[in-house]
Design a protein around this ligand. Structure first.
Ligand SMILES: C[S@@+](CC[C@H](N)C(=O)[O-])C[C@H]1O[C@@H](n2cnc3c(N)ncnc32)[C@H](O)[C@@H]1O
Length: 255
């Protein structure tokens, strides 16, 4: 489940991203939906909790947003990302956090071990997550949906998820149910991202896999189509991009 696109599971792409940060584009984000993964995480965690963070990248979200608890394991299939995460760990001085290289599609963690699994913007296999959770354990998943940045994709005639026959939110939801989870909720998350300049916006599109044939090492961005999008989507001097994510919360039955 949760294949935002093949590119989102492209090891070469994420290896190149390992030393890079979104902060440089000065994006201002406005969330229009009340679904916050980290608030839900806080509500579920106890001091004894063991948490698994799938597709952790450099572990940035763990250090910034995860509550303190007994154990946090961050995994990623990119060894470059895990290298960055281990450097971040050293700086943090945390003793309850560790990282390892692991492919989410072939998970290598003990059965019935974790209290909470977090999967944010990565690919996952619901049945494998189910196996590693304790009875009563929680899954918190957030993904990028088919209709993310849809007016931009319309302008360019394609992009991430363009050819998905079913939006990834729906296929994920169905696979979470099929794996045996209960208390399954799917929530569409709407956001607006604002960019201060054409340069920031272009730089962003050259890195993130929204127009997936353009980002990192792909084709040149079509400047004419970019200008057309900017002309139609500038409000108060800022370029607006409408984001469409989804959140899923679910629970492994107690027995
Ligand atoms: C967009 S980043 C999200 C990082 C982090 N979870 C966050 O929310 O900021 C996606 C991460 O998933 C990882 N990833 C993609 N496919 C994977 C797979 N099959 N197994 C493990 N990690 C994967 C990438 O290497 C990358 O670090």
């Amino acid at each position: 489940m949760s294949h935002d696109s093949d590119l989102n599971n492209d090891l070469g792409y994420f290896d190149k991203m390992a030393h890079w940060s979104f902060d440089e584009f000065g994006i201002h984000s406005e969330c229009l939906t009340d679904w916050d993964l980290y608030e839900l995480l806080k509500a579920r965690v106890t001091p004894d909790s063991k948490i698994l963070d799938l597709g952790t990248a450099g572990g940035e979200k763990i250090f910034e947003f995860f509550p303190d608890c007994a154990e946090i394991l961050g995994t990623d299939f990119s060894s470059a990302m895990i290298g960055t995460a281990r450097k971040n760990l050293e700086k943090s001085g945390k003793k309850n956090v560790s990282f390892k290289v692991m492919d989410n599609l072939h998970m290598d963690v003990p059965d019935d071990y974790f209290d909470i699994v977090v999967a944010r913007h990565t690919c996952t296999v619901a049945s494998q997550i189910y196996r590693c959770l304790k009875p009563g354990g929680h899954l918190l998943l957030r993904g990028v949906d088919k209709y993310d940045c849809w007016s931009l994709k319309m302008e360019f005639g394609g992009g991430q998820g363009w050819n998905d026959p079913v939006p990834v939110s729906i296929s994920d939801y169905e696979q979470v149910l099929a794996a045996g989870f209960t208390e399954v909720e799917l929530v569409p998350i709407h956001m607006k991202d604002y960019f201060k300049s054409r340069e920031d916006f272009k730089g962003f599109l050259e890195v993130v896999p929204i127009l997936d044939d353009v980002s990192i090492g792909g084709q040149e961005l079509n400047e004419e189509l970019l200008d057309r999008y900017i002309a139609k989507n500038t409000v108060g001097g800022r370029i607006v991009l409408i984001r469409n994510y989804y959140g899923i919360s679910a629970r492994k039955p107690l027995e």
